[in-house]
Design a protein around this ligand. Structure first.
Ligand SMILES: NC(=O)c1ccc[n+]([C@@H]2O[C@H](COP(=O)([O-])OP(=O)(O)OC[C@H]3O[C@@H](n4cnc5c(N)ncnc54)[C@H](O)[C@@H]3O)[C@@H](O)[C@H]2O)c1
Length: 263
């Protein structure tokens, strides 16, 4: 257990989707949950990053690392069945930290987004939360409840130049959080989002103007500083823990306060 952390996840088991490398926000969250006692399964997308994810997962003695392309219903069904086998039929926590838009749609004009790439961004970045929540539902019900956290961004609420179709996807993701929270609340399953400020990750690098986004946070956020994946890890651990038992359908902003500013 790392200094300053607790043991809120002793005996808890979770699934983490979205680790690509050690800079991934999902890894910042996973490290924190593991430090506090969680046992975690991981998914990866594509052979290119499999080795990275296996090495990271091994470092925290993960019992399951498996491929999942969230565009595939078969992959999602197989993953949750493997999770059920690995965790004795139950699951406490899901970390959904997955998004994708074609690089050409993160520059230029949103107006020019073609139909197929619009749906691709929404499929991977928003619908995947719905399909994962549905697959997690019986496993979490078996534990008497559970907690799901996804990653969003201010670009789903305001127009952020260059964020474009990903902003529309985040807006759909934010609404999905609310509707999932309503449905699953009956089963004591909570669904929340974290809206993070800019963090230098693989996905962030494909956004044209990312450096400007970072510079603006430093200049205009109340705390005038950047956040990192460990900050998100701490916030996610709170939302995923029993301490947040009466929080659902919310967005927690980990952005040095930037979202509150009008200028
Ligand atoms: N980095 C930031 O500044 C920032 C800010 C706010 C929100 N977010 C969000 O955080 C989440 C994680 O992104 P990150 O910044 O850690 O980058 P990342 O590149 O490390 O993670 C994105 C993950 O999505 C996965 N992915 C993409 N397409 C997939 C598919 N079809 N099936 C399964 N997985 C797929 C990738 O493999 C990768 O692991 C995303 O939802 C992102 O929008 C990031």
């Amino acid at each position: 257990m790392a200094a300053g952390t607790g043991d809120r996840f002793e005996g808890k088991q979770g699934l983490v989707l979205g680790v690509a490398n050690k800079r991934s926000i999902a890894w910042g969250i996973a490290k924190r949950l593991a430090d506090e006692g969680a046992q975690l399964a991981f998914t990866f997308q594509g052979e290119r990053i499999e080795k990275n994810v296996r090495e990271l997962a091994d470092s925290i003695s993960s019992p399951l690392v498996t491929e999942c392309d969230v565009r595939s219903d078969e992959d999602v069904a197989r993953v949750f069945s493997q999770v059920a086998d690995a965790f004795g039929g139950g699951l406490d926590v899901v970390v959904h930290s997955v998004a994708f838009a074609a690089a050409e749609d993160l520059e230029g004009r949103f107006t020019d987004t073609p139909r197929d790439r619009f749906w691709l961004a929404l499929d991977v970045s928003a619908y995947s939360l719905v399909s994962c929540a549905r697959a997690a539902e019986p496993l979490m019900e078996a534990r008497g409840g559970g907690s799901i956290v996804t990653m969003t961004y201010l670009g789903g609420e305001r127009a952020v130049p260059h964020y474009n179709v990903m902003g529309v996807a985040k807006s759909a993701l934010d609404a999905s959080v609310r509707y999932l929270a309503w449905d699953l609340g009956q089963k004591n399953i909570r669904v929340n989002a974290i809206s993070a400020g800019p963090v230098r990750t693989l996905a962030a690098r494909s956004i044209a103007g990312f450096t400007t986004m970072e510079a603006l946070v430093e200049e205009r956020a109340p705390l005038h500083r950047h956040i990192d994946a460990d900050d998100v890890g701490a916030a996610a651990a709170y939302l995923l823990s029993d301490e947040a038992r009466n929080l659902t359908a919310t967005t927690l902003y980990v952005d040095s306060g930037y979202h509150a500013m009008g200028m």
